[in-house]
Design a protein around this ligand. Structure first.
Ligand SMILES: [Zn+2]
Ligand SMILES: [Zn+2]
Length: 230
C-alpha cells in the first residue's frame, strides 16, 4: 500500500480535549479520505481500481455521500457496479459456486477507507509511543485526555505490546488504563443516576451529568459513533 495521503497532526489531536483522542484521529482521517476520493483523486486510475475492488463499509458509503458532490459519488459507484457485474456476480444461474460467493463476501466485508485508516493508525501509534517516551510535555497531554474508549484501549495496547520497548510498557499501560478505567467509573455512576431518576421518589431531583449517559456509554463502548456524541 502506498504512503498515506493524509497528514496526522498528533499535537493538534492531543491538544483538543474532547472525548477519545483516537476516535478524533479516526474521524479526521475518514473525513480526509472521503474528501480525497470524491475530490482530487476522482480521476486517479489507481485509486479508482482500489475503490472498485474494495468498495466501502456502510459507514463510509454514508461518509462519501455526506462529503462528496453527487456526480463524483455516482461515477465511483458506476465503475464499482461495473466491476461487480464483470468480475464478481455469476453470469448464469446454476449450482452455487462457493468461490464466487466468497468473492462477493469479500467485497461486502471490505472497505477502501477502513483499510487505509488501519494502515495510518499504525504509523500514528508509532509516533504516539515515541512522543510519550521522549517528551514529558506529551506525557502530560496524554494523561490529560478525557478518556480512551474501549475499542481504542484494546487497539493501542495490542500495538504497544508488540512495538513499545518493554521499559516503557508498564507506565504507558498505567496511563492508558487510567484513562479508560476512570471514565468507566464516571459512566457507571452517571448511568445509575440516570436509571434512578425514573423512580417516582426522585421526581424533580437533579439529573446532574446523567442526561446524555446513554449516548456517552455507547460512544465509549463502541467508539466512532460521532453522530451519537452530544
Ligand atoms: Zn476511541
Ligand atoms: Zn469503512
Amino acid at each position: 500500500m502506498k504512503e498515506t495521503i493524509c497528514t496526522i497532526p498528533i499535537n493538534d489531536i492531543f491538544n483538543l480535549h474532547d472525548g477519545c483522542p483516537f476516535c478524533r484521529m479516526y474521524e479526521m482521517l475518514e473525513n480526509q479520505y472521503a474528501t480525497f476520493i470524491t475530490g482530487s483523486a476522482m480521476m486517479d486510475p489507481e485509486t479508482r481500481v482500489a475503490t472498485n475492488k474494495k468498495g466501502f463499509c456502510p459507514r463510509h458509503f454514508e461518509k462519501i455521500v455526506e462529503v462528496g458532490k453527487r456526480l463524483p459519488v455516482a461515477l465511483i459507484l458506476e465503475t464499482h457496479l461495473d466491476f461487480i457485474d464483470k468480475e464478481i456476480l455469476p453470469k448464469k444461474a446454476g449450482k452455487p459456486d462457493k468461490k464466487a460467493l466468497h468473492k462477493i463476501e469479500e467485497i461486502t466485508d471490505s472497505c477502501y477507507i477502513c483499510d487505509r485508516i488501519q494502515f495510518d493508525i499504525q504509523h500514528f501509534l508509532q509516533t504516539v509511543f515515541v512522543e510519550w517516551a521522549n517528551s514529558e510535555e506529551f506525557k502530560k497531554l496524554y494523561k490529560s485526555q478525557d478518556f480512551i474508549c474501549l475499542r481504542h484501549y484494546t487497539e493501542v495496547m495490542k500495538y504497544a505490546n508488540a512495538k513499545m520497548p518493554s521499559k516503557h510498557l508498564t507506565d504507558f499501560h498505567k496511563d492508558t488504563l487510567n484513562l479508560t478505567r476512570n471514565y468507566l467509573d464516571i459512566l457507571k455512576s452517571d448511568t445509575t443516576h440516570f436509571c434512578r431518576m425514573f423512580d417516582y421518589q426522585n421526581r424533580g431531583a437533579d439529573w446532574g451529568n446523567s442526561k446524555d449517559a446513554i449516548e456517552r456509554d455507547i460512544k465509549f463502548l463502541s467508539g466512532y459513533l460521532d453522530r451519537l456524541a452530544t
